[in-house]
Design a protein around this ligand. Sequence first.
Ligand code: PLP
Length: 406
Amino acid sequence: MTIDWTTIRQDFPILHQEVHGHPLIYFDNAATSQKPRHVIEALVGYYERDNANVHRGLHELSGRATDAYEESRRKVAQYLGAGEEEIIFTRGTTEGINLVAQSWGRANIKMGDVILVTEMEHHSNLVPWQMLALQTGATLKHVPVTDEGELDLDQLDTLLTEQVKMFAFVHVSNSLGTINPAKELIARAKAVGAVTLLDGAQSAGHMPVNVRDLDCDFYAFSGHKMCAPTGIGALYARGPVLAEMPPWQGGGEMITRVQFESSFYKEGPARFEAGTPDISGAIVLGEAIDYLEALGREHIFQHDSELTAYALERMAEIEGLRIFGPRLNRGSLVAFALEGAHPHDLTTYANSFGLALRGGHHCTQPLMRKLKVPSTTRASFYFYNTREEIDRMIAILQAARTFFAP
Ligand code: PLP
């Protein structure tokens, strides 16, 4: 199948505008992706035709909303290769990881246990484990990152002991672009009896993901990074693991019977979806999945990889530009530093030419310390970006080099 990516770009209304007198170049996709018209219209359509609260209503609109909400759960399940009873709707990756830390974690982690993460974790996959370690007396350890921006797998044998009860790590690093060998890491964790959680924020919308094949226990992702709105995401929890997890938040929808003194809880994902969920978000996440599936994640991955390889090749032309992360086997983002230009200044300079980059620590402060920089500038691509946009970014970076020259 040959995809005309230029035509696909027409599906994204926001991309066709000028910023500061220049055509917008949106290279901040790792922070959030843009939304196709199909998704935007589905959101409007839901509120114009079907809006009602789910599950409790016996009227037509509530039935429609409930059917669409549960249909979306099936789509998420299929997208990840899971069962629908293993998919919990969340606000996003952060909430999914906090749910695991507080529900599974408090029930299973005790004093003396080890929670293992990596040095390249987003704060979302670090702070919840720090909190759990404080609550339980467990120890938090991390797998170091090599100078090439990969996990130091030589250290893993020493770190992955039988004390490790949870190994939580990022699938694709949002700061380095590294694609971690998830399947191998999960197998090694299983060998010592550890439960595994994969932070899928940067992989779910960018590459084929099958949780059965990966064999992880948990996989968390955010809809807004894969063409869906903000405020919705999902957590995959392997069936037998989920069945043993106590509720996290209490409230309506997650109970079967409530008395003054105590309550009985529902089984399955409903136990973790207290209160009115983000109904429209969940339904539209299903629409975003349809959209991505029609393109094919293997095609998206290939296109993104070609764009990234081209960006790396062109960026090598710029003197004084340091690129972070591995050369090969990386996701569709490039973080860099330009000699003499603070990442915030460089990002502001780029903005004046309509180029949206991101400058900062990217919520990976421990990694920044390892790299010995306070922050970096990051260009992150998605399937609607083009080589021409990369050429324009190169011209802007070349001009910045002169502008910021001491
Ligand atoms: N993990 C990684 C690797 C991310 O890149 C992000 C967001 O940038 C997150 C977790 C947190 O995602 P969210 O803010 O959507 O919960």
